[in-house]
Design a protein around this ligand. Structure first.
Ligand code: GLN
Length: 315
């Protein structure tokens, strides 16, 4: 489905970018110094269509850490390996209605969904868990690389070390889950958490991450390389949960207004998927009260105002 006039479309994206750039609201995450020190003015948008057409504007070659935007991919990896039924004996698929690190589990003693911290740690505990931890990290890293089209991902070791040092809440969540017997057998808790922090500390730019978003838009096949990374059923499940749970405590509002699957991260990352059309990667570090990029959300709102990308626009 080629965008009929890609150049005009890109001009409109540029307009929206410039309008959105005026918004100086919100503040950068400050729970670790590596995020607190990021230049808050940075802003980037990259687009990759399912036909491989590309457009970028702003700081699109600057790397930032994935943070929570790693969660959908770890969920996909767990699904590919174990299947939907097995994965969901360990994690729910219902919005939590609470913040991403709330000390809360569902009535079965499981994380509410894979898009919040407890659920993301659960995904990590499931991925290739008979293997050694180095190979398991390689698997995650290589998957991102394949999703993005081949370029090596960066790893921000300082972010990783800081995450690990300020991890009391995540440890509390993990112990809570262990008490409820939520993890698979023989889970090493510390290793699992470190694996999660490492996933959060992978870095890339909107330029490359837009290809990962486009791969999801394209049912798991990378539009640039033609490689199939995930099965379409895996991507369907993932997008469903991104739609209902991907934007923290704003997920219901986002689904209502925008109607598209997305995942944000506290680095200011936002991955937006327009199924069968394109992937968009947005990055701007200032966050709103729930932890979403202020400009990221505004960009999405302006985008669906101008284009009928909301699935019910066609009614
Ligand atoms: N890595 C941080 C945590 O686990 C933040 C994750 C996020 O982007 N919300 O608390």
């Amino acid at each position: 489905l080629v965008i009929p006039d890609f150049e005009t479309f890109c001009q409109q994206i540029q307009d929206i970018f410039l309008d959105t750039q005026r918004n100086k609201g919100g503040k950068v995450a400050d729970y670790i110094p590596q995020l607190a020190r990021v230049d808050p003015e940075q802003f980037a948008i990259s687009i990759c269509t399912v036909d491989g057409q590309r457009y970028s504007i702003g700081d699109s070659s600057t790397d930032f850490c994935l943070q929570s935007s790693c969660k959908p991919i770890n969920y996909c990896l767990a699904l590919e390996e174990l299947g939907e039924e097995k994965v969901h004996t360990h994690v729910g698929r219902e919005p939590s209605g609470q913040s991403f690190n709330e000390l809360a589990l569902n009535l079965k003693g499981l994380p509410h969904n894979p898009m919040i911290n407890a659920g993301a740690m659960m995904s990590c505990s499931l991925i290739d868990n008979k293997n050694n931890i180095a190979d398991r990290f390689d698997k995650v890293n290589k998957t991102w690389q394949a999703l993005c089209g081949g370029k090596k991902m960066s790893f921000n070791n300082s972010v990783y070390l800081s995450e690990r040092q300020t991890a009391d809440r995540n440890f509390a969540l993990a112990y809570f889950m262990r008490e409820k017997n939520a993890f698979p057998e023989n889970t090493n808790l510390t290793e699992t958490l470190e694996f999660y922090f490492q996933s959060c500390s992978i870095e890339s730019s909107t330029y490359d991450l837009s290809v990962a978003a486009a791969t999801l838009a394209n049912a798991g096949t990378n539009p640039l390389t033609g490689n199939s990374i995930f099965k379409s059923s895996t991507v369907q499940n993932c997008l469903s949960l991104m739609l209902s749970c991907g934007m923290y405590d704003f997920s219901g509002e986002f689904a209502f207004k925008i109607g598209l699957p997305a995942k944000s991260g506290v680095s200011g990352a936002l991955m937006l998927v327009i199924p069968n059309l394109m992937g968009i990667s947005i990055w701007s570090p200032r966050l709103d009260a729930v932890g979403n990029s202020v400009r990221g959300v505004e960009f999405c709102e302006r985008l669906v105002e101008r284009f009928s990308f909301h699935p019910y626009d066609s009614l």
